[in-house]
Design a protein. Sequence first.
Lengths: 317, 279
Amino acid sequence: MSAGLNATCRIRVSTNSGPHLLPANNFSRQPVSDINQCKMSDPWQECMDHCVQVTKQAGKMIHEALQKDIAIMQKSSPVDLVTETDQKVEQLIISSIKEKYPTHSFIGEESVAAGAPSVLTDNPTWIIDPIDGTTNFVHRFPFVSVSIGFTVNKEIEFGIVYSCIEDKLYTARKGKGAFCNGLPIKVSGQDDISKSLVLTEMGFKKNPEVFKTMMDNMKKILTIPVHGIRSPGSAAVNMCLVACGSADAYYHMGIHCWDMAGGAAVVTEAGGVIMDISGGPFDLMSRRLIVASSRAIAERIVKEITPFPVGRDDTAA
Amino acid sequence: MADEWQDPYDFAVEVAKIAGKIIRRAAEEEIKVNTKSCTVDLVTATDVRVEKIIIGAIKEKFGEDTHCFIGEESAAAKGPSVLTDKPTWIIDPVDGTTNFVHGFPFVAVSIAFAVNKELEFGVVYSCFEDKLYKARKGKGAYCDDEKIEVSDIKDIHKSVVISEFGTNRNVDVVTEICATMKRILLIPVHGIRGTGTAATNMCMVACGAVEAFFEIGIHCWDVAAGAVIVQEAGGVLLDVDGGPFDLMSRRMMSANNRTIADRVIKEIKIFPAERDDGK
């Protein structure tokens, strides 16, 4: 394993939990009735706090795994990779949450791969990608993230994305803004497509027509022209790059709800737009999305790209 | 025996760090963007200023007329870049100007040094990542003073390849680039990635994060420093047709080994790009 990326993996797990957490002494000085009032006014804040803690633990596990050799297994194809770390991290996250919230539901990438259902109900649900960017993880390419989205009544209440190698923790609570390592972030606001930087990913497709459409879409976007297309390799990180203004749009067909749930909260709370590839409302189980710094950019991308079938997360293949 | 180019090498490291600091500070302000050869070939005042600062610092240290310079922003004004036998600094002050303008995290200062047309050392400072890559011919490659080496993957099916679109938006060229990417994905490989910065991409090969990076359309100043770093990290450097690397040819294939390089080369359809030396 090369020493270079190890040397530059500065593992700083931040002790600053960010402005979205209330400092402990706010509770200790208050009468009990007021504390209950606090909790009632945001019933999911405690879940989010727990989510941040478990995400940091997951990040630590990933950092430790990066120091060693990584054995690779395949899922649906030779380019759909999974490792023991994906599975262990997901187990860590789910068991930690189950212990505190035994009635909640889970949709986790590796549990679904093992046969668990991925139907979204109204029940409080944790949607988990333990390692988003497994290929990057295996190669030590710098974008590897833990992604967790939390829904209630099928609405995303908060999202956490931890970009482990960069040591960037993105958090967003519905209605309360988006943050990176505790500092507020917002989208670029770019509305001129010809000045935009667009993210998308390309991957092997078994169906030649689908493959052709995917490449043609990239060609159409590039020749608008846009400033550039980049492919970092992690959907959750891509969404956060749009959220913090480093890119102006990200579109993708073929990802999963666990790739999108955490980042969806971060982008929308950063002032970005999220929609379906068709221009309609975003559908978490649709396996496709566009996020952008503005409606104008998103709608222009909708105009240029041709959808192809990707199935849904909530129906059998 | 003393290394006669050790001083310039050490100085390149220092000046790259100073340049990187200037770039980071400039990124906090509003950036006015101009264009060069087309609407997506961007340049900013920072590119021009940083190149002047680097060249000025080198001239002050080593003498006004001792060394020659090939710099991206000076070349824009002067025409073809000719590499002579004289000690020559090959500089890209801001590699990844598009990334710089957008705040996308890969922006590098790239400084290389050639004597008798041979590359002697290369320094690439990825300033937002705060990673300094360097290599002196014959002495290995380093990232932040830790030795780096290419990956040992020989199986193309387990490789990640970097391929970029560049700044050419001619439909025929874009079609060729997409077609090449598709052929590579069909091998299949683990994936295609792109950071948007040639110098950083070469360092990704050098430290083993990817197995190959190739591009048609880059310039000598984009790849000169990375060329030393990749080779000193144990990698290979070729032309995209499999022949020897030609710094002025506007094309480059870098890989962890010849096996991977040759397999990727098989899929590349070459399109013309005007040489940097005008030949």
